[in-house]
Design a protein around this ligand. Structure first.
Ligand code: AP5
Length: 224
């Protein structure tokens, strides 16, 4: 089976984490979510965490020079030899170019950049109701994907919390940052011929089925 090197693209709250968790189960590939990595670094009080926190609290992007090595190191490990799923990286043209350079150095290529498309209004509705598990980061929504017991993670039993950056004023800035700095990557990957669009407004199971079907088609095409 050929390797699967996947980038998940989309605005905040589009469902990258929700789908990333499912795709990780489907394909048994390492899943690297820069938001999760940064939040763990903040919790652990590492140098990266201390530097990143002020940007994250405002909903700004963390500078490229702090982010690039975080992912470059991970995609080069033996864990990622059969592929990987990236969520939240790249987020700027500089990060995308750095990833391309790393892939070239490794003699590999990205398979697809999957863009999960949702409107800004939907983003605001989703992030307002998101609940995240404090232990393992599993994701729920009070209305669209409620846990069986309120405030408790179905998967590991940990407490669910509201993320610090899910406050209305921070959500607005995260959306602005997405439109200014990350949206140009849609054209970037379109030009490379690897962009795949998915309607993220559908329910989570449908979005998941659609992405799986798309990846199966891609793999079949590769084998022709
Ligand atoms: P990060 O954690 O990556 O945040 P984000 O991109 O804003 O994405 P989210 O995690 O908010 O949303 P998501 O798309 O994963 O949606 P989810 O599945 O949770 O980054 C946080 C911060 O870290 C950034 O602001 C920045 O400061 C920094 N950072 C991270 N990476 C960086 C980088 N590379 N460079 C610089 N800075 C970086 O879903 C959202 C909600 O909707 C959930 O409640 C879910 O249950 C629900 N939901 C999901 N799918 C559906 C559906 N289909 N229908 C209905 N509800 C749904």
């Amino acid at each position: 089976m050929s390797e699967l090197n996947l980038v998940l693209l989309g605005p905040p709250g589009s469902g990258k984490g929700t789908q990333g968790e499912r795709l990780q189960q489907d394909f048994r590939l390492p899943y690297y979510a820069t938001g999760d990595i940064l939040r763990a670094a903040v919790r652990d009080g590492t140098d990266l965490g201390r530097k990143a926190k002020e940007y994250m609290d405002r909903g700004d992007l963390v500078p490229d020079e702090l982010m690039v090595d975080v992912i470059a190191e991970r995609v080069a490990t033996s864990d990622a030899a059969d592929g990987f799923i990236l969520d939240g990286f790249p987020r700027t043209t500089g990060q995308a170019e750095a990833l391309d350079a790393k892939m070239e150095e490794l003699g590999r290529e990205l398979t697809a950049a999957v863009l999960i498309e949702v409107s800004d209004d939907e983003v605001v509705r989703r992030l307002g109701g998101r609940r995240t598990c404090v232990k393992e980061g599993h994701i729920f929504h009070v209305e669209f994907d409620p846990p069986k017991n309120e405030g408790v993670c179905d998967i590991c039993g940990a407490r669910l919390e509201i993320r610090d950056d899910d406050k209305p004023e921070v959500i607005r800035n995260r959306l602005d940052q997405y439109h200014q700095k990350t949206e140009p990557l849609v054209a970037y990957y379109e030009d490379k011929g690897i962009l795949r669009r998915v309607d993220g407004a559908k329910p989570p199971d449908e979005v998941h089925d659609r992405i799986r079907a798309m990846l199966a088609t891609l793999r079949m095409e590769e084998q022709l």
